[in-house]
Write a protein that binds this ligand. Structure first.
Ligand code: GAP
Length: 448
């Protein structure tokens, strides 16, 4: 099995440096010293994240006639979190070093003999529970009656709306409800760049099935579908694993659970959890609200609470995975025999923030600039494009670093015969094709 050490294909320092340099991810509130556990997506990162979410949405919602969309509010009635168990049980156990005051998650310091930060011996406080929900208050009064929470998962918005959704969408189990949105957790120790953060986005699918003996098949079908999704968008299979939780690792109500894990430079980390949650969530809301959330099967004239299969993926962790997995340093020998090195992000074309860059060979030749801008403008409605000009070698290097699959150069020949050079990111091959044929060429090459 691969270990964290052998995963050092790329270091986190390299990835974070590139993410900042090229405008993928910045520290939140950087000019004020940053805020631990919060990050901003830059001009390219915002597009990358949108593409990752679109890829999930396309596969989970657009291509399925049995899944409907949803978008619930971040702040919900505090009773939602009481009923779901989050108020009483959504906590991590923490310990503090009495010397350096550093706070740790107890499970992150298995050997409590010495503080990993300051080295003090026997300096830890007794373990205490720390609730991870972020609080806010509603309205002008800050008394306890106004306390509310920022949701720690998007799923509960779907559960409390279960009846509204199935009745308005006229769906009967098996059917699913999908949602992408922000969630908040007051993590004790955020870290590993955007892996463990306090404000993050989740893509969650809640799939409701009748209790007809086929529920485990449906569970495994979703696992296979998610496996195919990661493969389709190019995540290396040797750095991805589907870890089956044992009974003691699962919550008591869960009938099955699989964590999707990626081999990050620091070791395996969870990207997504897929779980068979039985009737636990809807039952809890029926009990707490006193409302009947059962599905009414007209044909059989029976009421029942369906079983639930959930797939819950963190979009920030998935974006980070795409960045790390695509990252490659590559040595090659140029036509003059000189050894060169480049950094390239081998993004899948659907994920790549820029799909085609169009260059003018020179920036001070108006006829070249005008022609190149014209070509870029014609491609723009169909692809994500960017115009640039100057030293072609430098431009290639920059586009390689942001993962652009194709670069198109307009030169003097273009003015004569209308042909351009198309250079492919991965193979670094170059070919000459007519500018008129570009859209068709790119459409074919980018569709994979
Ligand atoms: N509704 C089920 C649920 O929320 P979870 O395993 O607690 O399950 C699902 O969270 C996913 O959300 C995780 O696999 C992870 O990708 C993401 N996630 C959870 N906490 C996170 C955090 N602090 N920072 C970034 N992503 C997080």
């Amino acid at each position: 099995m691969e270990t964290a050490a052998s995963a050092q294909r790329v270091t986190m320092e390299e990835v974070t440096a590139l993410a900042k340099r090229r405008g993928f991810i910045f520290q939140s509130s950087e000019i004020y010293g940053g805020l631990n556990g919060f990050w901003d997506y830059g001009p390219l990162g915002a597009v990358l994240k949108r593409n990752v979410k679109d890829a999930w949405w396309r596969d989970t919602v657009d291509l399925r006639d049995d899944v409907v969309a949803f978008d619930s509010s971040i702040v919900m009635h505090p009773q939602v979190w009481k009923a779901s168990g989050h108020v009483d049980a959504f906590h991590d156990v923490m310990i503090d070093c009495k010397v350096c005051k550093h706070r740790f998650r107890a499970d992150h310091v298995p050997n409590r003999a010495q503080c990993p930060d300051c080295g003090s011996k026997d300096s830890f406080t007794e373990p205490r529970n720390f609730n991870l929900m972020m609080q806010t208050s509603i309205g002008p009064m800050e008394d306890t009656s106004a306390v509310a929470y920022l949701r720690p998962e998007t799923a509960q918005g779907i559960f409390v709306n279960f009846k509204n959704i199935y009745q308005s969408a006229r769906k009967r189990p098996p059917f699913g409800v999908a949602q992408i949105g922000k969630s908040f957790r007051n993590e004790i120790t955020p870290g590993n760049f955007t892996f463990r953060i306090r404000e993050f986005e989740q893509a969650e699918l809640e799939y409701f099935v009748p209790d007809d003996g086929k529920d485990m098949d449906v569970f495994h079908q979703w696992v296979e579908r998610r496996k195919a999704w990661y493969a389709q968008y190019g995540i290396a299979s040797e750095r991805l694993r589907f870890y089956e939780l044992t009974e003691s690792e699962r919550p008591h109500y869960a009938r099955a659970g699989i964590d999707v894990e990626y081999l990050f430079p620091w070791g395996w980390g969870e990207l997504e959890s897929i779980a068979h949650r039985g009737t636990y969530d809807l039952d809890a809301h029926v009990r707490a609200s006193g409302k009947d959330l059962r599905y009414f099967d007209e044909a059989a004239k029976t009421h029942y609470i369906p079983l639930l299969i959930e797939s819950s993926a963190g979009m920030d962790r998935t974006v980070l995975t795409f960045l790390i997995d695509a990252y490659e340093r590559e040595r090659s020998v140029d036509p003059n025999g000189k050894e060169t090195e480049r950094t390239v992000l081998r993004f899948h074309p659907f994920i790549a923030p820029v799909q085609a860059a169009v260059f003018s060979l020179a920036r001070n030749k108006p006829e070249l600039v005008e022609r190149a801008r014209g070509i870029e403008g014609a491609l723009r409605p169909h692809f994500r494009t960017q115009y640039d000009e100057g030293n072609i070698g430098q431009l290639y290097r920059r586009q390689d670093e942001i993962g652009t699959p194709f670069c198109i150069t307009v030169d003097y020949e273009t003015l004569g015969d209308g042909s351009v050079t198309v250079r492919a990111r991965d193979a670094m091959t170059q070919e000459r094709i007519g500018a008129d044929a570009l859209a068709g060429y790119l459409r074919e090459k980018l569709q994979r």
